[in-house]
Ligand binder design. Structure first.
Ligand code: ASN
Ligand code: ZN
Length: 314
């Protein structure tokens, strides 16, 4: 419970920051070329000022600091996924620079997207290890940026739209990991954050295959799997278990690799959402997206509709 509260406090802070839209998109169109990664990694040197000291830029030599290289490599893998699989050029679709700051504050037990960049703590070593240690965590944070731009007006970070915002980050965090590891939906572990928790605390933050199963995750995992367990006024990281499981159910039904069908359907749905979208709106949007990509009444559309039924969203 203490960990939960600590995390919530930090999450409220970054949710507040996340509400701010990127301030200066003016120059982007001039400099962005499709496929060209533009990564920058900064070191906060355990302080709070962002972005911190510049320590690595695109095409520079690897650092002696593992966190720097993990943030750089993870941003690159995630960039390549969005570019190669979804034909999206970076977070804003226009080649936005990918800025990451590592060593944020002291023993900071979280990572976040602040509306403009990714920020990673080192963890306190008791609850969490460094947050750059898992590709799905990096892709999760970067996807908060994608959602900010791909959903017209963004997704409000509270209630169901907030849980959807969280779920979209888990979905693409997981799909990026599967794509990177070349794992089919059967081979994937469907865990989020495996490798960043101290082994004594648990194996992962969340499970998309079985949300709330503390055998698979950690003792504080309070995620519902279906609407039967929906938590009124629940945290966005709690109720996200429901749309997470809908994605899992759709991906399993569609078979093969999650990035071939389920991922593109979920991605296409983002453009059909509005800022206060509910779970039912996402169900409708993904069904529409499946029809746009595979045809009305297609097996794919039926699989998506059935997946939302599994979690009790109609
Ligand atoms: N790591 C969390 C997240 O990206 C932090 C937060 O909730 N703001 O969702
Ligand atoms: Zn998140």
């Amino acid at each position: 419970p203490a960990l939960r509260h600590q995390l919530l406090d930090q999450c409220e802070l970054s949710a507040h920051l996340r509400g701010q839209r990127s301030v200066a998109p003016i120059m982007q169109a001039l400099v962005a070329t499709t496929g060209e990664k533009r990564r920058t990694v900064y070191d906060a040197q355990h302080k709070s000022a962002l972005p911190g000291k510049l320590v690595r830029g695109e095409d520079s030599q690897p650092s002696a600091d593992q966190a720097v290289n993990q943030a750089y490599d993870g941003a690159g893998i995630t960039y390549d996924f969005y570019h190669d699989v979804l034909q999206r050029n970076s977070v804003d679709g226009k080649g936005l620079r990918l800025d990451s700051t590592v060593h944020y504050q002291n023993k900071f037990n979280n990572a976040f997207w602040n509306g403009q960049q990714m920020v990673y703590g080192d963890g306190d070593g008791k609850l969490f290890l460094g947050f750059t240690g898992a590709i799905d965590v990096i892709a999760h944070e970067l996807t908060h940026g994608v959602t900010q731009y791909a959903v017209p007006g963004g997704l409000v970070y509270q209630d169901q739209s907030g849980a959807l915002n969280e779920s979209i980050s888990d979905v693409f965090g997981s799909v990026v990991k599967q794509w990177h590891l070349k794992q089919s939906v059967e081979q994937a572990d469907w865990l989020v954050g495996a490798g960043i928790m101290a082994p004594t605390v648990g194996k992962a933050l969340r499970s998309m295959a079985d949300p709330g199963n503390t055998e698979l995750t950690w003792s504080g995992d309070d995620q519902p799997k279906t609407m039967a367990g929906y938590v009124e006024n629940g945290d966005v990281h709690t109720n996200s278990g429901i749309p997470n499981h809908a994605f899992y159910a759709a991906a399993i039904a569609l078979k093969g690799n999650s990035w071939d069908k389920a991922g593109p359907i979920w991605y296409k749905a983002l453009s059909l959402l509005t800022p206060n979208a509910s779970f039912a709106d996402m169900a409708k949007a993904t069904s529409q997206a499946a029809a746009l990509l595979y045809g009305a009444d297609s097996a794919e559309q039926h699989a998506v509709q059935a997946a939302w039924k599994v979690v009790g969203v109609t």
